[in-house]
Design a binder for this molecule. Structure first.
Ligand code: NDP
Length: 288
């Protein structure tokens, strides 16, 4: 079997086109969704992510503003800024780019974001809503993965999905969303024994590990769908995933490439969440 390398670009383009049309119909009613991105410090990778998010907003007509704060910003200064954004009618989504400098408590900052503007879906209330299956904002990377499966009409119900990784940002919510789609879900992590034995049973394998090209053909069942969330640098400093694509391409049925699939899909879900948050608040400021 030769795997189909999923064309993330095409998928992302078609979803962003739909979002653009929805933003346009909102604009026709004098409304515009708005996203505020807060970046503390000068981590170069974070700066690139923030730039990409702002650019994506612009492409679909979402208003965005980037607040760049110096690394020595105090926690209380950051909380004050978030408090202002929480009250700002022009802003429907607030995203604080992680990681934050060590002297700032991530949890305190996340908890201070209005639940209705938490477009990353990191706030414990939104995480709780996800757990109990209530409607609401969904975390961007895992919901992007579900979108990929849905758009390609890959069946999930009744399938065995194995998620490698149990972080709050990716692994845990990924497992919950797959469960919502009626998959039978197994979660693996660094203390899992016989990882290969478990991953080899997966119809759908999601790698969210953070280890360059760790997943090889011996981890993959014949015909499995392999979703690579990882974003790492290889020995040459080149961006790569957790999956060794060349090694698994004769075993898997579908594989997502890195870069170019889960990453841009994550940003697309951020746009989707900002639009959804704008729809739900009911308070808008006129688009210029
Ligand atoms: P974390 O480091 O928070 O979590 C990694 C998880 O992998 C942990 O649960 C860890 O287990 C597990 N793990 C580590 N080593 C092994 C191993 N040898 N065998 C089995 N499990 C292992 O990372 P994130 O979840 O934040 O991110 C994961 C990857 O996804 C990273 O490469 C990150 O850059 C990328 N990412 C990509 C995004 C995108 O938009 N494409 C968005 C977010 C992340 P344990 O819990 O036991 O330590």
């Amino acid at each position: 079997m030769t795997a189909q390398i999923i064309n993330g670009k095409e998928l992302v383009q078609s979803i962003r086109e739909e979002i653009k049309q929805d933003v346009q119909s909102m604009a026709n009613q004098g409304k515009q969704p708005g996203l505020a991105v807060v970046l503390v410090g000068d981590d170069p990778a974070s700066a690139v992510y923030v730039r990409n998010k702002a650019k994506a907003c612009e492409e679909v007509g979402i208003y965005s503003e980037v607040h760049k704060l110096p690394a020595e910003t105090s926690e209380s200064e950051l909380l004050t800024m978030i408090g202002q954004l929480n009250k700002d009618d022009r802003i429907h989504g607030i995203l604080v780019q992680l990681p934050l400098p060590k002297h700032i408590h991530e949890e305190t900052v996340i908890d201070s974001i209005s639940v209705h503007k938490d477009v990353d879906c990191f706030h414990p209330v939104n995480v709780g809503n996800l757990m109990v299956g209530k409607d609401g904002l969904l975390p961007c990377t895992p919901s992007g993965v579900i979108q990929i499966l849905k758009r390609l009409e890959i069946p999930v119900a009744g399938k065995h999905a194995v998620v490698i990784g149990r972080s709050n940002i990716v692994g845990k919510p990924m497992a919950m969303l797959l469960l919502r789609e009626n998959a039978t879900v197994t979660v693996c992590h660094s203390r899992t024994k016989d990882l290969t034995e478990i991953t080899k049973q997966a119809d759908i394998l999601v790698a969210a590990i953070g280890r360059a090209k760790m997943i090889k053909k011996e981890h993959v069942k014949d015909g499995a769908v392999v979703i690579d969330v990882g974003m790492n640098r290889d020995e040459a400093g080149k961006l790569c995933g957790d999956v060794d694509l060349e090694d698994v391409r004769d075993t898997a049925s579908y594989v997502t490439p890195v870069p170019g699939c889960v990453g841009p899909m994550t940003i697309t879900m951020l746009l989707q969440n900002t639009l959804q948050a704008a729809r739900q608040t009911g308070s808008y400021v006129s688009a210029e």
